[in-house]
Design a protein around this ligand. Structure first.
Ligand code: NAD
Ligand code: ZN
Length: 266
């Protein structure tokens, strides 16, 4: 119920509803914040346990993999374990519901994510992944895709050390790496094309749970704005985006179900 929110937030949700209800082309970009309420740490959260002394540059760059492939692979094995038993939260479910509802209306919703988890898919959404997928691997040398490892072989009960066994490519002997876009790497061409198209052609752009610091994804909201779209941001914390029209400063799992209930109401 809307009444659970503060009066300021209720007013913003009402403004957002007015904007979104009649809009025909809507582009939605999600980031790590939408999965935070499912228990998946964001990059801005401090790394814990074994990994607390490592930064993103030690763990998620091509250089890091060349320097210490075991360390990088072990970190991803650990992340897979963290994510393995996580499930979608009310924010993922609300977006999936809205997509389902939009099939019988004039609305065209394009959902783009920077996340490498599959919680949008688990909730039933169709989503474009800009930064890859934690559950897919590829060869670090010849890029051949590698058969997915069974999800249930990962359990949050297991412990992951720094020396997880590396896999090698059957074709060229190179080390297998996660099929994830690391810092400094290019985004997948087709997915980026979908995102750019949706952002530049939408009437409303919604940015959810992203710090808007990682480019080029962070530039999508700007492109939308420059092409005449209104921009809505859902994030309990401020971001560098100064051009946002409506800010819903609350957790996505709280505000999205309420907003989408309003939008899809008759
Ligand atoms: P980020 O970690 O930089 O920022 C997360 C943002 O979410 C912050 O601005 C924070 O204020 C906000 N946030 C926290 N809790 C929230 C909530 N409950 N509701 C709404 N917002 C909330 O993440 P990013 O912007 O996605 O970019 C960094 C990179 O991190 C991406 O490339 C992404 O691939 C990667 N990443 C992905 C996952 C995942 O797949 N779940 C997790 C960590 C990092
Ligand atoms: Zn290979």
């Amino acid at each position: 119920m809307l009444a659970e929110l503060s009066p300021t937030l209720i007013a913003e949700v009402e403004l957002a509803t007015k904007l979104l209800k009649p809009a025909q082309r809507i582009c939605i970009l999600t980031g790590a914040g939408i999965s935070a309420e499912s228990g998946i740490p964001t990059f801005r959260d401090k790394q814990t346990g074994l990994w607390e002394n490592y930064g993103v540059e030690d763990l998620a760059t091509p250089k890091a993999f060349i320097r210490d492939p075991k360390l990088v692979w072990s970190w991803y094995q650990w992340r897979r374990q963290v994510v393995a038993d996580k499930t979608p939260n009310p924010a993922h479910h609300a977006l999936a519901q809205w997509q389902y509802h939009a099939q019988s209306t004039e609305q065209q919703l394009t959902l783009i994510t920077q996340n490498v988890d599959d919680l949008h898919e688990q909730a039933g959404s169709t989503v474009t992944h800009l930064h890859g997928n934690l559950w897919r691997h590829k060869c670090g040398q010849c890029e051949a895709p590698v058969q997915e490892q069974a999800r249930d072989s990962y359990s949050s009960q297991n412990t992951v050390g720094y020396d997880e066994a590396l896999m090698t490519c059957a074709q060229c002997g190179g080390y297998i790496r996660p099929d994830i876009v690391w810092f400094g790497e290019a985004l997948p061409v087709d997915e980026w094309h979908t995102a750019e198209n949706a952002a530049t052609n939408c009437e409303v752009f919604i940015s959810i749970g992203t710090s808007s610091l990682v480019y080029p994804a962070a530039g999508l909201a700007q492109s939308a704005k420059q092409n005449g779209a209104q921009v809505i941001e859902i994030n309990p914390n401020p971001t560098p985006n100064t051009f946002v029209d409506i800010t819903l400063a609350e957790k996505a799992g709280i505000v999205l179900p309420l907003l989408i209930e309003e939008i899809t109401a008759l």
